[in-house]
Ligand binder design. Structure first.
Ligand code: HEC
Length: 94
């Protein structure tokens, strides 16, 4: 019983600490393969409409920040989708 209570408290703390305060802080969230796959799907579906699908390795992670800031509104991505696509793009470089 005591163990369960502790787990519940830890669980709550985990959820709170996992809520990113600003979308750009990558270190506070867990990037899973599934999360990146979702980012790739959004990228594949949204970023090849007006031009060829861009090559993620063609720009530095730093440059992608600016590119995504101008392209996410064009692709009508919400903040979460914007972040997912960015995280996917940057992950391709590794
Ligand atoms: C509504 C049309 C549209 C959509 C959707 C769109 N783009 Fe673009 N994109 C453009 C236009 C127009 C340009 C060239 C002019 C400019 O840079 O604004 C461009 C240019 C680019 C460039 C070249 C920038 C450079 O500095 O060389 C990249 C990379 C890019 N887009 C990536 C993306 C990504 C990633 C997405 C998906 C999130 C996306 N685009 C979605 C219209 C679009």
């Amino acid at each position: 019983m005591k163990k369960l209570v502790v787990a519940a408290i830890l669980g709550t703390g985990f959820l709170i600490s996992c809520t990113p305060k600003t979308p750009a802080v990558v270190g506070t969230k867990t990037i899973t393969a599934e999360y990146l796959a979702q980012g790739k799907t959004i990228f594949d579906n949204s970023c090849g409409k007006c031009h060829d699908l861009p090559n993620p390795t063609a720009h530095s992670a730093q440059n992608w920040v600016g590119i995504m800031n101008s392209m996410a509104p064009k692709a009508k991505l919400n903040d979460e989708q914007h972040q997912m696509v960015y995280d996917y793009i940057v992950s391709v470089k590794k």
